[in-house]
Design a protein around this ligand. Structure first.
Ligand code: SF4
Ligand code: SF4
Length: 124
């Protein structure tokens, strides 16, 4: 990861249809809240090596809905184990947290631009 979807989500389904790695689930499958779509951080690769920009943000009609989160790396393991934000998939009863398996992230996005509320999109 990662990007995180905020409460500005209008559940339009566009991002889910465009994610190249099928990292997004709809509100009915969101493990944290049923009011918005959810990006599975253990699957998101920030579209690295696939597209120039995160495709979810490129297609999302609700500005401010898609925000950067921290890199999915072991330094941020505790962040991704925060149940209020994420519920990670487990395999053989081992949570796929960053300490187990890191994911690609955009190295050109500085940490100062990451965190819930740090928008990926820009106003047109
Ligand atoms: S940034 Fe890319 S890989 Fe991650 S959820 Fe969005 S579309 Fe999927
Ligand atoms: S494209 Fe944006 S508004 Fe539509 S479901 Fe995805 S995050 Fe929500």
């Amino acid at each position: 990861m990662a990007v995180i979807i905020t409460d500005l989500c209008i559940n339009c389904d566009a991002c889910l249809q465009n994610c190249p790695v099928h990292a997004i689930v709809d509100d009915s499958k969101n493990p944290v809240t049923n009011t918005r779509y959810y990006v599975q951080p253990e699957k998101c690769v920030e579209c690295v090596d696939i597209f120039d920009d995160p495709q979810c943000a490129a297609i999302c009609p609700s500005i401010g809905c898609i925000t950067w989160d921290m890199p999915y790396t072991k330094e941020y393991d505790a962040h991704y184990l925060n149940d209020a934000l994420y519920k990670l998939c487990d395999k053989d009863n081992i949570l796929k947290s960053p300490a187990i398996k890191e994911k690609k992230y955009r190295t050109d996005i500085p940490l100062s631009m990451r965190g819930v509320g740090k928008e990926v999109q820009v106003e047109p």
